[in-house]
Design a protein around this ligand. Structure first.
Ligand SMILES: [Fe+2]
Length: 185
């Protein structure tokens, strides 16, 4: 049984005791260890979207539904995150600013394939891009150690890999365009 209110209370309690992602990761791992329960609790994914489950100064929880084969450009968060997959897949590419490049150009430094039941932490300074590599919707619980919508962040142009200001509206548009493409809107 996945109870959203209990999950939120557990994560709030965890960061009240420890500001790091350690105990939140354990809570997310426990939740996604039973994907069927999360699907029942949050509902079967129907369209690509970012659902706000909880948002405060110190904590944000999102239900992120990735469209089939959707990719989001490199971006940072400026706070730690924990990603727990409950259906489908996420491929994460990790990036860093090219040392000495004053325009903030990126280079890839690693990758991680996430499957259902995986719950992975991302550090405060991580820059990543995300792809759903499969032909159906992917569902993931994302928990962030801060106000995800309230901080100044960066995104990188997917073609030039040059740094720019994060544009939340553009991200929302990408999810809607993906719905239009997949007729899931
Ligand atoms: Fe992200």
């Amino acid at each position: 049984m996945f109870d959203l209110d209990q999950f939120i209370a557990d994560c709030r309690g965890a960061i009240a005791a420890d500001k790091s992602h350690r105990s939140v990761r354990e809570i997310v791992a426990r939740a996604v260890s039973d994907p069927a329960a999360v699907l029942k609790g949050l509902g079967e994914p129907k369209r690509s979207e970012i659902q706000r489950l909880y948002n405060s100064d110190g904590l944000t929880m999102l239900n992120v539904i990735w469209a089939p084969r959707m990719t989001i450009m490199p971006h940072n968060h400026q706070m730690w995150a924990v990603i727990g997959i409950y259906t489908g897949r996420e491929d994460n590419i990790f990036w860093r600013r090219v040392p000495g490049d004053h325009r903030g150009k990126l280079e890839a430094v690693g990758a991680r394939a996430l499957c259902a039941k995986d719950a992975d932490p991302l550090g405060d300074n991580i820059i990543h891009s995300v792809t759903n590599p499969i032909s159906r919707l992917t569902g993931a619980i994302h928990v962030y150690g801060g106000d995800f919508f309230g901080v100044e962040r960066s995104e990188w142009d997917p073609e030039t890999l040059q740094e720019g200001r994060y544009d939340a509206a553009k991200t929302m548009r990408l999810f809607e365009e993906a719905n239009a493409l997949n007729r899931t809107g």
